[in-house]
Design a protein around this ligand. Structure first.
Ligand SMILES: O=C(O)C(=O)C[C@H](O)[C@H](O)COP(=O)(O)O
Length: 339
């Protein structure tokens, strides 16, 4: 078996998300809505909807919950031939959706999941990457434990030696690192040393370089990106969002893409009436990667990332499901019914 030529390949965990409906707290829940997520899978689903071939490498539990996760991913247009079943359990997370000034909160129940208990040798990375166009990774997988961290470092090395570019989204999750006393700086540094594209803002870059970036706005962001390029000379593109949270339902966001010799920052968009903020970072990554795969200029990449992120705020669930037409309609600015 080998992967499909020209695919964007992701490696990471598929999770089930359980959310009390009606923005209830978990303590009040009598039922739970189910969604399927996972940072890398979300990016692949977003790219698949924009017309790019995508493929996931993962392991899910050999039970109905695992079949739900795999079936959902496949129904989103992602090639799942390298997602296998194994004994164990699915990782879960619970989302308490906030309201107004009450912030949302995530609790994980994923320790010892089928994926987190897997090791590098449980995956056929070389076959899956054969002919791939890009490998997408996130900082969540290495935060699951040393076996997962080693698996990410292994797949990154295989991609690099095959000349396949790697994109990496920081997705810093303090709860996961704290659960096993992992050293994010050391492990993420090793992974990013193999990457070409990084999604991360000035805080992520501070964590990695130990530098602090003062001031506000575009200057601080350029300074941080420059520090990223200086520390990781392999990086060719750094992308980030700037988010001002007004309340749970109202954020202002702008997008930025830096190349070593160029940069672009969009204006801020007021996003009101937010339905679901989870997955918007992954939607941003999918939008920027869409631009990158299309050979777009730096501002078009930033705009595509921002557009997909803004649209994702309107959709329940973790995965962006927007077509090129949806993105184009958003960019044209028409907000009335399309008929
Ligand atoms: O938390 C995890 O481990 C997951 O993978 C679940 C979610 O699907 C992503 O976290 C969404 O990520 P954002 O786009 O940054 O909101």
């Amino acid at each position: 078996m080998k992967g499909e030529t020209g695919s964007v390949v992701g490696f990471g965990e598929l999770l089930l998300r359980l959310t009390p409906p009606g923005r209830k707290m978990i303590a009040q829940a009598q039922s739970l809505d189910v969604e399927v997520g996972g940072a890398e899978a979300n990016v692949l689903a977003g790219l698949a909807h924009l017309g790019h071939p995508t493929m996931m490498i993962s392991r899910v539990a050999n039970n109905p919950l695992g079949r739900l996760a795999l079936g959902t991913l496949a129904s989103r247009g992602v090639d799942t031939r390298f997602v296998s079943y194994a004994d164990g359990r699915m990782g879960l997370y619970f989302l308490e959706q906030g309201q107004g000034l009450r912030a949302s909160a995530i609790s994980y129940d994923r320790a010892g999941s089928t994926f987190a208990s897997s090791r590098a040798e449980d995956f056929d990375f070389a076959a899956a990457l054969d002919g791939a166009r890009l490998l997408h990774l996130s900082g969540i997988t290495p935060a699951l434990g040393m076996d997962s961290a080693n698996a990410v470092m292994e797949v990154a090395k295989i991609a690099r030696s095959a000349g396949i570019p790697i994109s990496f989204d920081g997705n810093f999750r303090p709860q996961l690192w704290a659960a096993w006393d992992g050293n994010p700086k050391e492990i993420l540094t090793e992974i990013i040393s193999n990457a070409d594209i990084m999604f991360g803002n000035h805080q992520d870059i501070s964590l990695l370089t130990g530098q602090r970036f003062s001031g506000d706005g575009p200057d601080r962001r350029r300074e941080a990106a420059q520090a990223g390029f200086d520390t990781f000379p392999n990086l060719r593109l750094i992308a980030s969002t700037a988010r001002h949270v007004i309340d749970v339902d109202h954020h202002r966001i702008a997008a930025r893409v830096d190349l070593p010799e160029d940069s672009a920052q969009t204006g801020e968009i007021d996003v009101t009436g937010i339905i679901d903020r989870i997955g918007t970072g992954d939607a941003f990554a999918a939008g920027v990667l869409h631009g990158y795969l299309e050979g777009a200029d730096v501002m078009s990449m930033a705009r595509a990332g921002l557009g997909l992120a803004v649209l994702e705020h309107s959709l329940p669930g973790d995965m962006p499901l927007f077509s090129r037409d949806d993105l184009a309609a958003f960019e044209r600015g028409g907000r009335d019914v399309r008929r």
